[in-house]
Design a protein around this ligand. Structure first.
Ligand SMILES: [Ca+2]
Length: 467
């Protein structure tokens, strides 16, 4: 080794030592607040008039409201895995499916923050459901009971990286009737029957969101009390959309488009609403950039720090004009424990879906261990599926789907009318298909390789009750 190289090594050691002694105030704290099964439209900031979500709205007003946030996979564990690793589900092996594990070889941003000297931890629901496998602790960090206990365990001056996962608004809906939902103002999505049974079920769902908002208000209060709120990046989002037919476990907006508000007063101008597409794998590289930590080359998500620190609203970065995502197995609800694989591309104007195995049931069994269910909306559709008003909705939610679907969002925001066979749409479909397939090949998706069904062979963990 030459002297020059020796000196360089010494300097690097010194730098890394300094990195271990970083002080709060120099690097930002991180707080990811993640609800469970919340669709993007369920906040007052997003225009929902049936409930009020003051805590979410305040985070959005004090920072940036991202109108096109996507969770990548319409399921708890796989979506959380993409947020933590900065990678698409199809690169994560067992991490791509629900109730398996996220192999330790896939680095999470939490590991990198810990290496950089941060106090790292999580409360309530971290990554999951699944088994730890070859990991020693939850990928979201060491488990603490709550934020205050996490803070108590912090060394003086140490910056923190905290994740808190609420269990709301996940089923069961058990908040009780407390007058917080204006049932007449619920906008029933076009793929569900607008009947009292369904309105009542949606009201139960929205009450859980009000409860989550109270939890968020409490957390923000605690953060203020640390005196470090201005240099804390707060991300409020959800792991997937509403647990209703055509929602959770589906790649329509109801399953994958989630609330996303980000606040960082030290660097991000308040009061902005952004229309750029942002997906869960983009979050880890963004947080790493914010903290000055090197992003590993295998994180294919792209930092959107340029979007957060820009001045204006609307579309900021013109390259963020689409999002690509997908799903693999959720529950073991089909023969041979197969999943219902989907790959999707969403632009502002269109949603294009590739149902990779269209002969399988898109929902699995509607009862027992099912992808989504039982639901009152599903019960109603099953019971009344012969009625002319219900039959088309039943078909949308439960019947086999064609290999490709295309929706014109401008005319059909609820994504109900598949126009894939319309000759006028052929060019759009071809263009979106090409862009989707190019990305899947580029990022090594087994679904475009020789063994796409590898995902169906990963282990599935049953609870004691289910065995
Ligand atoms: Ca969830």
């Amino acid at each position: 080794m030459t002297n020059g190289k020796g000196m360089l090594c010494a300097a690097m050691v010194l730098l890394s030592l300094c990195g271990g002694l970083i002080q709060a105030g120099e690097r930002p704290n991180i707080m990811v607040v993640i609800s469970d099964d919340q669709s993007w439209w369920t906040t007052s900031a997003a225009g929902c008039e049936a409930i009020s979500t003051p805590a979410f709205d305040r985070v959005a007003q004090q920072g940036v409201m991202l109108n096109y946030g996507y969770c990548f996979a319409p399921q708890c564990a796989p979506a959380r895995a993409t947020l933590l690793t900065g990678r698409p589900i199809w690169q994560l092996e067992e991490g791509a499916v629900q109730r398996s594990h996220l192999p330790a070889k896939f680095t999470c941003y939490t590991n990198l923050f810990k290496q950089a000297g941060y106090h790292v931890g999580c409360a309530v629901k971290g990554w999951g459901p699944g088994k730890l496998g070859d990991r020693k602790q939850n990928p979201a960090g060491k488990q603490y009971k709550d934020f205050s206990r996490f803070l108590k365990a912090r060394k003086s001056g140490q910056p923190f990286c905290f994740w808190v996962g609420s269990r709301n608004p996940h089923r069961p809906f058990n908040q009780g009737h407390d007058g917080t939902v204006d049932i007449d103002k619920i906008q029933v999505p076009g793929y569900l029957p607008d009947v009292p049974e369904v309105r009542s079920e949606l009201a139960g769902y929205l009450r859980e969101i009000v409860q989550f908002d109270r939890e968020l208000a409490d957390l923000m209060q605690q953060l203020e009390e640390t005196g470090e709120a201005d240099n804390t990046i707060v991300i409020v989002t959800s792991d997937n959309g509403m647990p209703f037919p055509r929602g959770k476990c589906n790649c329509y907006d109801a399953g994958v488009r989630v609330p996303l508000a980000i606040r960082w007063p030290a660097k991000v101008k308040p009061g902005r609403t952004v229309d750029d597409f942002v997906s869960f794998p983009d979050i880890a590289p963004t947080l790493l950039e914010a903290a000055g930590i090197q992003t590993p080359d295998d994180m294919v998500g792209r930092s959107f720090m340029n979007v957060l620190t820009a001045d204006g609203s609307g579309q900021i970065d013109k390259t963020r004009d689409a999002v690509i995502y997908g799903r693999e197995r959720h529950m073991v609800t089909r023969p041979q424990r197969t999943g219902y694989p989907i790959r999707a591309i969403r632009t502002h104007d269109y949603l294009y879906l590739w149902n990779c195995r269209p002969k399988r049931s898109p929902t699995g069994r509607p009862y027992g261990i099912a992808d989504v269910g039982p639901t009152e909306a599903g019960d109603y559709m099953l019971a009344h599926r012969e009625r002319s008003s219900v039959a088309p909705l039943f078909e949308l939610c439960y019947v086999e789907r064609p290999e490709f679907e295309l929706y014109d969002i401008r005319k059909d925001p609820d994504q109900i009318h598949n126009i894939i066979d319309d000759p006028a749409s052929a060019q759009v479909a071809q263009r979106l298909n090409q862009r989707l397939m190019d990305y899947l090949h580029k990022t090594g998706d087994p679904r475009v390789g020789p063994d796409g069904d590898v995902f169906d062979r990963y282990p599935f963990w049953l609870t004691k009750r289910e065995k």
